[in-house]
Design a protein around this ligand. Sequence first.
Ligand SMILES: *Cc1c(COP(=O)(O)O)cnc(C)c1O
Length: 393
Amino acid sequence: MIRRHVKKRLPAPTPVLRPLLPPAERLLPYLRLIDSTRIYSNFGPLARELGRRISELLSLPPESVVTAASGTAALIGAILACAGRAREERPLAIVPSFTFVATAAAVEACGYEVRLLDVDSESFLLDPARAASYEAIDRVGVVVPVAPFGRPVVQKAWIEFRQKTGVEVVIDGAACFEAASAAPELLLGEIPVVMSFHATKSYATGEGGGVITTNVDLAYRIVQALNFGFLDDRDCRMASINGKMSEYHAAVGLAELDGWSEKARALAGVSSAYRRHFNALGLQNRFVGSPSIASCYALFRCETLEEAEAVAASLSENSVGHRLWYGRGVHNHSYYRGAPHEGLPVTEDLAQLLVGLPVAPDLEDYKISEVVQCLSPIFPNAKPQRLPRIAIR
Ligand SMILES: *Cc1c(COP(=O)(O)O)cnc(C)c1O
């Protein structure tokens, strides 16, 4: 008997993240403004307008937002402005290992030696009490708590940490745009919060970022740190970089703001569709999505490494993109293998167990259903949850 090879048709691949930024037509009016002003960078009119509009959205005074070339540049600017470069008596910087590698890269760019701490297994956050009791805290120049996946980092505890230890704090709130606009009174204040407007983040300008602080003097120092140490004249008065946002990126940012409520709604819709489909399989407890994290992420929380491997394998087999967003933690990147730490069991676990699923503002419901369906064979015993019965007396 001749066996005919039947070629299995592979489904079209679904990328893990497919950003969608404003189309050319929506940029055009802003680009024409650049043509007329002939100002292309250096905190020009569009970058200033963007800072004002984001401040307004976050219910803050207009000078609270400093725009930057990227989230990483914004981190460097904020660290230089509040802690300065590493000094001999304070050469260390504390960073959680459960983060994107940019957090560590930024403190190193400011001359600090990275010290990695573990995070809490439920909040995914660095605990201020744990940082305060770090054995070499008197040699630490700056702590950079991270808002992982845009989970909120509350200002109050870190203000108290700073008062108690005298150590400066810069919050890496790279994906916090949505959390901060939902609760600015809790998440924004004098401690600078850095955001990334990279294409992959919910609110995006392509490349870009910002620092948000209600301390106006600090905001000016950040502007200076991002502009060669210049403020009113061309005299460099502090450690600095060129980390300014260009007018072209500001144009994208303004057009993105014009369509922001629509985009935010679309992204939130993706998260609720995931929740609905996981619910139908009885896996709702495994899904982590908006509003508990930024809507540019949809995470599936595995319980064991074997499960995570099975999930990844099944997604790959079905051409579904997936990603461990923070790799296996900063300490597992080749370059940071030697960075000292006191054990990182939670990061070791979390980083490998939180599998990033596909997100796009225009990801169709049937695609989301397909992604969820390809996980169902791994969980044959999951039961869809029934609504609790209402007791009638
Ligand atoms: C995205 C991200 C950054 C880096 O932002 P860029 O704009 O890409 O420089 C830093 N930290 C965290 C936690 C991020 O998610």
